[in-house]
Design a protein around this ligand. Structure first.
Ligand code: ZN
Length: 468
């Protein structure tokens, strides 16, 4: 299995720190609003990475934080006249709803920054003791030049950074020894949440959160640290400087970053009016379509979001879901129970789709090629499964299709979402269409119901239906 490591800028063979286990940390969102579709990309991508490791038999410890103390949260709280805690709690709940809609598995642990302040203070103290940090009037700074390997992840040169250093000077941070130094702890300002520390009341900087939470829940060394490519610098670079200086060990073995998401070929921004939350998207599309769309490109490539591409993703997803529903339908009506010899050899032919799927995923999680392998499998199903097939053979095809789709987080079997009354209503509508000789419409209704797992059977006593 090969993973592209941002640190070495090359694909490397994955060798876990501990046999059969993967320790993985993904930087989570700052919770001050509904998550936007740019936030959704790393969630979907790294959930898929996790699912593939699990498919390969690894035990994955997946930690992803919520940043619940931050300037943006405080600003929003002040706007609404409520506490920062109320804002972050509200949007963590909303974020979890969106994640469920996108079929993202709950993390092993979602630590909250505000619950880990003690550990962050300890880590900052260690950095001060080791000479990597210093305090000035209640602010603690990281002494960037002291960490000799600074810049190794983002491949930046300290002197180049220094020449642009004036821009890094922020008001209130003018007591830094060096413009490259960054904040580990900031003193309390009026109306802000604050915690006691050896340097007075205040709150931690953003970067130290992840260093501490990763250490606490996964240990000093982890296999994979991941996030969007906008986090490479300075966030991940600073995390490395903090963790490696404090722990005296290499931090993460593999650094994975997903590419940007553009909207209609432009950068997503509120000012351009092309900013979408996942919630807004869910009003127009099934979030499974969003997930399928996100996986249709390689995770490291930039991805362009447009209505046309979402439409195409919806059609592609429908082909897979329909094939699965057809298999279920045929299983429900199969006349033969046991798989025949001929079918067994047909089924053996489908090994190649599974192999191609795995080959694609082994190559740095090439989900686009993995989806192509599923489409080839769907084509095979559509030509090699029929009313004459045995139930066992159909069941094996269905199981394999569901298994591969599940690695991508795609649910092929729709849940029973329709109420009996709704089904009856659609059947009446179909009968009316047939009476009017509008067979296209009648067929469409039958197909729609089938996609929802409802099978119609025209009998002498009228139309019967069942859930499959
Ligand atoms: Zn982080």
């Amino acid at each position: 299995m090969k993973i592209y490591n941002t640190m070495s800028k090359s694909k490397e063979e994955f060798i876990p720190l501990e046999e059969g286990k993967v320790k993985m940390y993904v930087c989570g969102p700052t919770v001050y609003n509904f998550i936007h579709i740019g936030n959704a990309r790393p969630m979907i991508v790294f959930d898929t990475v996790r699912r593939y490791f699990e498919y390969r038999g690894y035990d994955v410890n997946f930690v992803s934080n919520f940043t619940d103390v931050d300037d943006k949260i405080i600003r929003k709280a002040n706007e609404e006249g409520v506490t920062a805690d109320e804002i972050s709690k509200r949007y963590i709940e909303e974020c979890k709803k969106d994640m469920e809609g996108m079929n993202i598995k709950p993390a092993t642990k979602n630590p909250l920054a505000t619950e880990e302040i003690g550990g962050m203070i300890d880590m900052i103290s260690t950095l001060i003791e080791k000479g990597y940090a210093y305090e000035k009037n209640g602010t603690v700074y990281y002494r960037t030049r002291k960490f000799e390997e600074y810049g190794k992840l983002s491949h930046k040169n300290l002197d180049d950074l220094q020449s642009g250093g004036r821009a890094l000077l922020v008001t209130g941070e003018d007591e830094k020894e060096d413009s490259l130094d960054f904040v580990l702890w900031k003193p309390k300002k009026e109306g802000e949440p604050a915690w006691q520390s050896p340097w007075g009341e205040g709150r931690p900087g953003w970067h130290i959160e992840c260093s501490e939470m990763s250490k606490k829940y996964l240990g000093e060394q982890i296999d994979i640290h991941a996030g969007g490519e906008d986090l490479i610098f300075p966030h991940h670079e600073n995390e490395i400087a903090q963790s490696e200086a404090a722990n005296g060990k290499a931090f993460a073995k593999y650094w994975m970053h997903n590419g940007f998401l553009n909207i209609d070929n432009r950068k997503m921004s509120k000012s351009l009016g092309n900013f979408f939350t996942v919630r807004e998207i869910s009003e127009k599309y099934d979030l499974q379509v969003l997930r399928f769309f996100m996986l249709s490109a390689h995770y490291r490539s930039p991805l362009n979001f447009s209505a046309g591409l979402m439409e195409a993703a919806g059609n592609g997803l429908e082909r897979i879901v329909t094939a699965a529903a057809n298999l279920k339908f045929l299983m429900g009506n199969a006349q033969v129970e046991k798989i025949t010899e001929e079918e067994a050899s047909l089924f053996a032919q489908t090994d190649r789709f599974k192999e191609n799927f795995e080959k694609a995923m082994d190559d740095d999680f090439n989900t686009a090629d993995a989806i192509a392998a599923i489409f080839d499998f769907v084509k095979f199903i559509n030509t090699n499964a029929s009313g004459n097939s045995s139930k066992e053979y159909l069941g094996k095809l269905h199981e394999r299709l569901a298994e591969l789709s599940n690695v991508l987080g795609i649910i092929v079997d729709k849940k029973d979402e329709m109420l009996d009354a709704e089904i009856e209503k659609m059947i009446e509508e179909r009968q009316a269409a047939r009476k009017n000789r509008d067979f296209a419409r009648a067929d469409q209704i039958r197909a729609d119901l089938l996609a929802k797992g409802i099978v119609l059977e025209d009998t002498r006593e009228g139309v019967k239906w069942k859930r499959v």
